[in-house]
Design a protein around this ligand. Structure first.
Ligand SMILES: [Zn+2]
Length: 248
């Protein structure tokens, strides 16, 4: 298919225009116009870009691309190397940040709900990125953390009592720790996100609401994979996900 078709399809699927984001969503680096093979990855790191090239991908789709608000806009250092590599090999880079957290079926948060057995009851936080819901099977914090560990292949950092019963939960993939205070308003037993900040520890201890920091990268693997699988299915493209075992 043509790059423009792919860009327009994803743009409308993920309702890209609805979001105020920290980076551009869509084609960030333009390469060849004919797309047959799409590689997906969490972050457009040099390792993911090179692995995608080895596999002869025409386009790479990631959650964390380039050109973040507040970063030095100059194309120097590692950014120069990554962009030069893409241009040299005529590969497209497409990035989808908040639209890929929020999508109700393919998004990171929807995918976490599906994989961890949570019924989504509603959304909250800036641009409704975060979710709250109920576990299909209430369980101890220890059991729930074990399920996350099995899924993510990484040991989460947990503030809370292992024997506490968890039924209602709020979550936000990646760096969602700033949503913890708003999550408390939904009467949840636990909050799951990728990262933890110092103040979250005190709030968790003093409210008794468990805080689970399961890894930024680890919690954001599933949205982009679901998007890649959807595109492969929809358009007969070849798709492969390129992971990195970076334990964050
Ligand atoms: Zn992220």
């Amino acid at each position: 298919m043509q790059l423009n078709e792919l860009r327009d399809y994803i743009g409308s699927l993920l309702a890209v225009g609805r979001f105020r984001d920290y980076c551009p969503n869509g084609v960030q680096v333009e390469g060849k116009s004919e797309i047959r093979r799409i590689a997906t990855g969490v972050t457009a790191s040099q390792a993911v870009i090179e692995a995608a090239f080895e596999w002869k991908a025409d386009a790479i789709i990631v959650h964390h691309g380039f050109f973040w608000r507040g970063e030095d806009p100059c194309i120097t250092g590692i950014k120069k190397r990554r962009i030069a590599y893409l241009l040299q090999h005529d590969m497209n880079l497409l990035a989808y940040h908040l639209p890929l957290d929020a999508h109700l079926e393919l998004g990171n948060n929807a995918q976490l709900a599906k994989r961890l057995g949570i019924n989504v009851l509603g959304h909250f936080g800036d641009q409704d990125i975060a979710c709250y819901g109920a576990l299909t099977q209430p369980q101890s914090l220890q059991q729930f953390v074990r399920n996350i560990q099995d899924l993510f292949q990484r040991t989460p950092q947990v503030i809370g009592s292992e024997s506490a019963q968890i039924s209602n939960i709020a979550w936000c993939s990646g760096g969602g720790q700033s949503f913890f205070d708003q999550a408390l308003a939904h009467g949840v037993d636990a909050f799951l996100t990728g990262e933890i900040s110092e103040q979250n520890v005190h709030v968790a201890q003093e409210t008794g609401v468990a805080f689970i920091a399961a890894g930024h990268h680890a919690s954001e693997r599933y949205g982009v994979q679901a998007l890649g699988a959807h595109l492969a299915n929809q358009f007969g493209l070849e798709h492969r996900f390129f992971d990195q075992d970076i334990q964050v």
